[in-house]
Design a protein around this ligand. Sequence first.
Ligand code: G3P
Ligand code: MG
Length: 259
Amino acid sequence: MQNIHSVNHVTSTRIIAHRGYSQKYPENTRVAFQAAVKAGAAMIELDVMLSRDRKPVVIHDATLERTTNGHGAVSDFTVADLKKLDAGSWFDPIYADQRLPELSEVLDLVGGRTSLNIELKAQAYEHHHLPDAIEKQVVAMVKKKNLTDSVLISSFEIDFLVQIASMPDPPAIALISDIPASRRILELCTHLKVFSWHPDYRIVTLRQVEMMHAAGIKVFPYNVNTFENYVQMVDLKVDGVITDDPIAAAQWSRNRNAA
Ligand code: G3P
Ligand code: MG
């Protein structure tokens, strides 16, 4: 039987909270993830990079300046040092207590309460495939915590997906893209059995959605942050939207169904 938190659980148009509830809370923090669960998001998207001591940490940028009071590259700091930073004040001083989370903490906090879309940032890709490469660590962690069925791992970097697809019993995988999918990319996605394609909403066309659906691949566009864009995507028959505001998106859904 399908678990309601499983990646495969079907709702009308899934609402996926981008970086947690990032419209109202500092992105990629505990408070943003808890709020996204409370908002009833079907899935939470989050971004992962590696610290200097090679621990998966949850942050969008490769550098610290935009979302913390630190300076420099994430990969130059140990987890212990990253955890001393304030990851909330940039958004609002009332969130000064928010710390940059490790992926393991986020899995413990919200894993199993909703499904999770873990984006492996392309900047964390390493050609030499070390034993502790980010994709290997993340898959091992997800399995150890028994979250395989409720996790979807995505990336702009297709070789991450190639690596994960070659592992035994991997979690579901997804390709993120800001350019339309070519025939060659579609064939590779089909070969890798990717679960979903996550395009920038601005490049989605009916033809692309139909092409993906014909290959059994779901479509979850990102940056869907207005009612107009939501309606546009639903009319193109996408399977879910990745949005900064899951509560507003639920209202957009009701408004559209009432129209
Ligand atoms: O996963 C979809 C979206 O998050 C990709 O872009 O830059 O927001 O991580 P970005
Ligand atoms: Mg992302």
